[in-house]
Design a protein around this ligand. Sequence first.
Ligand code: ADP
Ligand code: MG
Length: 321
Amino acid sequence: MAKKKEENKEYTIEDLPGVGPATAEKLRDAGYTDLIELAVASPKDLAELAGIGEGVAQKIIAAARKYANVGDFETGDTIMERRSKLTKLTTGSKEMDDLLGGGLETQSITEFFGEFGSGKTQIVHQLAVNVQLPKDKGGLEGHAIFIDTENTFRPERIVQMAQAYGLDPKEALKKIHVARAFNSHHQMLLVDKAMEVAKEFPVRLLVVDSLTAHFRAEYVGRSSLAERQQLLNRHMHDLLKFADINNAVVAVTNQVSAKPDTFWGDPTAPIGGHIVAHNATYRIYLRKSRGNKRIARLIDSPSLPDGEVVIAITNEGIRDA
Ligand code: ADP
Ligand code: MG
């Protein structure tokens, strides 16, 4: 029985005509948790992921399109107004800042990817300190949230980096809110939690180190690839929302995979394939060079020329080579 759509009511999957609790559960298990996701799904994917017939999938999608809140158009001046608040966060290296057009941009996701030891974790530690700096020093005078999936957050390293700037290390540590993520679901939940923390503190940086490690470990093999990609996609949408709402920098790390578990079959492609690539506004590929030097290359930026610079990982932190 078709229900009439009421304005301002938030509809759920169960409100769709023909969808009972059992089908709703199938849809949720397949990763479709709200109407907008169903509205934009392809019938083939939905049928396959939820284990329903393609005809049924088509009907569900058509119904979801009627009931979903598909969002509104914004006028250019509203977008201009939001973009006028964009600011940049220094990386600690002048050269890497220049590569990025002045530093890491707020309201965006920046992905650092590279092999083990390429400096990803060092860079995000540095950012957690830099975000606290005054604006004329390239900071955002804010707090950092650090979602740590590999247990590699080191307060001792923060102390070194803070001291190098003459910051009180104790104060610096107090402005970094760290949470261990025990699995990919926990990692995703922590973004909701981060939203709450950001209501209490002026959070201007959200780090996820590593974005993909749990997902890679938990979703192994071809059969679970679609689900993994879908969850990663949703996770990155949540991260971008955090960046927008808080005018914050989001920095994520991603290891390059030596196994051909990517879409491209490239043996050194970053994990997460095109889903992660498309959701990151800026992507920096890090490679080891001599000693403490690392090569940072900007990849596929929408607004900046590709290029590469050399940085150094020093005891003080990330610096020009
Ligand atoms: P990834 O996260 O990409 O696996 P890391 O960010 O952990 O890599 O980088 C590890 C590198 O950082 C190592 O080469 C290590 O020598 C260097 N490093 C770690 N701590 C310091 C320090 N206090 N001073 C100088 N270099 C350091
Ligand atoms: Mg690391």
